[in-house]
Structures are given as C-alpha cells and as structure tokens.
Design a protein around this ligand. Structure first.
Ligand code: SAM
Length: 450
C-alpha cells in the first residue's frame, strides 16, 4: 500500500485543480507509463507508440527487465519518463539548435536531460553536465559515456562556482531538486518526505540555484527551469520572484491541445505543466526565459597546445568531422573537439572537471590499450578493429564479465557487438579471451536463476 497523501497536499491540490482533483488523485494510485528515448547517433530503432513531443521517445506496453537488454548497456536508448522529454519542445522554441552553443546542465545526474540535450545539439556545440553531489557524478559519467557523444564535459561543483565564469553559456538548464510531487505514484519516498516545510525548503534552495546560475548565462541567452513537482512555490511563484529581480522575458510556446499540457500564465511567467491524469507521463513543470541583462562575456578561446599526442594509431581509430585535438595526460589519451578543449581549460581554473571529451586509450609502455569509452563512442571508426558479434546469451555473459569461449580469430583487441551495437572490448590471446568490460559496470544479477 502506498503511503497516504499528506492532508495539506490534498488541500492545496484541491484548490489548485478544482474539480479535477478526484481524477488526479486516482491517477496517483495507477501505474506509471514506461518510456524510453532512443539514441539517434547509434541508429537504435525504438519501437512502440511515439511520445508526441519527443522525436526519439517511445512508450512501451509493459516494463521489460531492462538490465537484461544489451542495447541499454550499449547506449542504444535511455529509460526516461515521458513528460521530461518536453524539454525538446521548449528548447526548440527558445534556441536555434543548428548554431554552435555552449550549454550547461547545472543539476545533471543521473543524466536523463543531458543525454537528451546532447542529442539535440549540433556537433560543434559543447554540453557541460554538472553535478554537485560527488557520488552522483559516477552514474552521470557512466550514462554519458554510454551515450557516446564526444562534445561533453562533466564538472562537479556547487552552482555558486559558476559565478566565476560570467556570460559563458548560451543556454543553462536548471532541472532543480524539488519536492517530487509529480513522482508520487512511483516514488513512495517522495510521498513520505512531503511536508509544507519541505516544499518551502526546496523553494528557497531553488531560488539560490537560480540566482547562482544567472551570472553564467550570456546576455540574450536562455535559462530553462524545470522540476518534477506541481507546487507553485517551487515553480511559477519562484520564477515570478526571479523575474522581479532580473530583466528577462519568458519564451511563449503553446503545445497542441491533444497533448493536454497545461500552459501557465501567471503574471509575467509562462510555463508548462504535465498532470498525471491528463498526460501519459509523470508530473512535470518547465519554463524558459531569455536574459536581457548585460553580462561580461568570458572567453573560451584558450585552446591548449601542450600534451598534444603524436600517436598516429589513435588518429586511425577515430572518425570525428569536427576540428579536434588528441591529448596525452599522464598515461591517458583523450579526444576533444577544439571547443570542448578550450571550455574545459577555462572551467578547470574554477572547479573540478571530472572528464572532458572521450577517453581513447591508456598507454601501457609502448602499447595502447583502447578505452571502453572509445568502444561505445560515436567517433570510433568501424573498420579500425575486428568485430565479434555476440548472441544474446554471450552478450549477457560479456556484460556480467564472465569468461567467453575463444572465438577462433586472430589475436588482438576485438569489438564485441550485439545487433551491431558495440558493447566493449575483448582481448583475444592465443589460448584465451580476456573480457575487458568495466568491472564497476558489470551486471550483478544472476541470470541463470531467472
Ligand atoms: N537532470 C537530471 C536528469 O534528468 O537525469 C535529474 C536532476 S535531479 C531532479 C536534481 C539534481 O540536483 C540531483 O542530481 C541532485 O543531486 C542535485 N542537487 C541537489 N542539491 C543541489 C543544489 N543545492 N544545487 C545544485 N544541484 C543540487
């Protein structure tokens, strides 16, 4: 039995949605729809009913055991609830995505919006995915590596740190920590934690994050703010408060009526809300604002030339149509677009940069060991390594890091694939095959007992 809804939540929602409350309340006891977003750069063919507001989103008729699908581990798709995919419409309404953009996803873990954003951006853009909680940067990095795009930087900083890079970003997304009312049907913790005090605490924290992020946005840049809650204090009231303090205008967009997305017109604020009794997805709020305030532009044009690698082999492994540099840092070799390299240098002066670009290889003496990130990256040149296509059973054994039979091929690094999607490396030796799947990502489920 789910935790009963807090009486004060019921009171507020009854005032907020009026006669819709019984339908909304009923929806909170129902089942959550299951949806995925396909990775267009990996040509993963999603199937199912399309999510109307997302070009790569699909509803599944039931929840499969995702852990047992190798395509998920290959970054073929991301499991994401559908309402959050509305980001695609809002950013398209606000920004020309064909231009090279510098984008910050300020509250990024586990990476749902970052993987979506990076698929929408052009190859010359750069996405900085920041996460303040150190332990959560691990899953963020795993998801971004699997997604396979090279124009990505991960930072680990408190939002206030971004005050040191004024006017640096064209777009800042704040997917703010919130009271999670929109997740009540799938997250019992959110129900348990809810209280008027918690909503107030979240609202104050969101105000702090908004104020901290603002300086990093350039004049004319776009701030996108989203939450998975319905509380006006955390959404339109917060944005009204913010608009009183700063010169900005709201991006006015209207969803097709068939989507049943509610448009909020609250004072100067324009926002969009998904209710669970109307939309096939969880509860969600999103709004976009254009900054009309001068911001000193910090340059990103400090492309480093030190540590540039001369290892020809590395250049043969990749196909990357953007101007790029391969760097050596200690024994590691990294690929970065010129824009990514310049931005990473700039950020490194002010905050910890967890990773920038794609790790290509580790040098072990004179030998290069290809990195897992290269195997699942969209820059890997397909002809660069021999391929071993695995059956489903062998793919799952590979992902569990079990021993695989010798393939009877020549020695050397081979790319293990499933349905053509790269999963990782195996190293074939004359008498055995080494499974190089990252130990920390291995499937721990005992598949034989299923
Ligand atoms: N954008 C993510 C996605 O789509 O997968 C979900 C982000 S979640 C709603 C909010 C994130 O904000 C969490 O990762 C949380 O660790 C982080 N967070 C918590 N407190 C924060 C703070 N004071 N400043 C910035 N981020 C914070």
């Amino acid at each position: 039995m789910p935790q009963a809804l807090h009486a004060e939540f019921v009171n507020r929602m009854t005032r907020q949605v009026g006669s819709d409350w019984p339908a909304l309340e009923q929806s909170l006891d129902g089942k959550s729809p299951v949806s995925i977003r396909a990775n267009p750069a990996k040509q993963y063919q999603g199937s199912g009913i399309s999510v109307p507001w997302c070009s790569t989103g699909y509803y599944l008729s039931e929840r499969p055991n995702f852990t047992l699908d190798p395509a998920l581990h290959a970054g073929g798709y991301y499991v994401q609830e559908a309402s959050s995919m509305l980001l695609e419409q809002v950013i398209r309404a606000a920004v020309d995505l064909d231009k090279p953009l510098t984008v910050l996803d300020l509250c990024a873990a586990p990476g749902g919006k970052s993987t979506h954003l990076i698929s929408l951006l052009s190859a010359h853009s750069v996405l900085v995915s920041n996460e303040v909680v150190r332990s959560r940067t691990t899953i963020l990095q795993e998801n971004l590596i699997k997604w396979g795009q090279p124009n990505s930087i991960i930072t680990h900083a408190d939002p206030a740190r971004f005050g040191a890079v004024p006017g640096l970003f064209d777009v800042v997304l704040i997917d703010a920590p919130c009271s999670g009312e929109g997740l009540f049907r799938k997250d019992d913790n959110a129900r348990q934690e809810w209280s008027p005090e918690h909503v107030h605490h979240c609202s104050l924290r969101q105000r702090r994050i908004l104020a901290d992020a603002w300086g990093a946005l350039r004049e004319g840049g776009v701030l996108i703010y989203s939450t998975c809650t319905w509380s006006p204090d955390e959404n339109e009231e917060n944005l009204h408060w913010f608009a009183q303090e700063h010169p900005l205008s709201f991006v006015d967009w209207t969803a097709p009526p068939a989507w049943s997305v509610e448009k909020i017109e609250h004072k100067e604020v324009r926002g969009y809300r998904c209710y669970t009794h109307k939309v096939e997805g969880e509860g969600f709020f999103i709004s976009a604002m254009i900054k009309h305030e001068a911001a000193p532009r910090s340059g990103t044009d400090r492309t480093p030339t030190r540590h540039v690698s001369k290892k020809k082999e590395l250049h043969d492994w990749i196909h990357y149509p953007c101007e790029h540099i391969i760097f050596e840092q200690d024994e590691f070799c990294w690929l970065r677009s010129v824009q990514t390299a310049g931005l990473a240098e700039r950020l490194r002066e002010h905050m910890p940069v967890v990773s920038a670009g794609t790790l290509l290889a580790e040098a072990k003496g004179p030998k290069l060991v290809p990195a897992h990130a290269l195997a699942v990256s969209t820059v890997l040149r397909p002809e660069a390594f021999p391929v071993i296509e695995l059956t489903l059973d062998d793919a799952l054994a590979y992902l569990r890091k079990d021993t695989l039979p010798h393939p009877g091929t020549g020695n050397g690094y081979h790319l293990a694939t499933f349905h053509g999607l790269p999963l990782g490396w195996v190293h074939v030796l004359s008498n055995r095959l080494n499974n190089l799947y990252p130990t920390e990502w291995r499937i721990r489920m005992d598949i034989r007992r299923l």
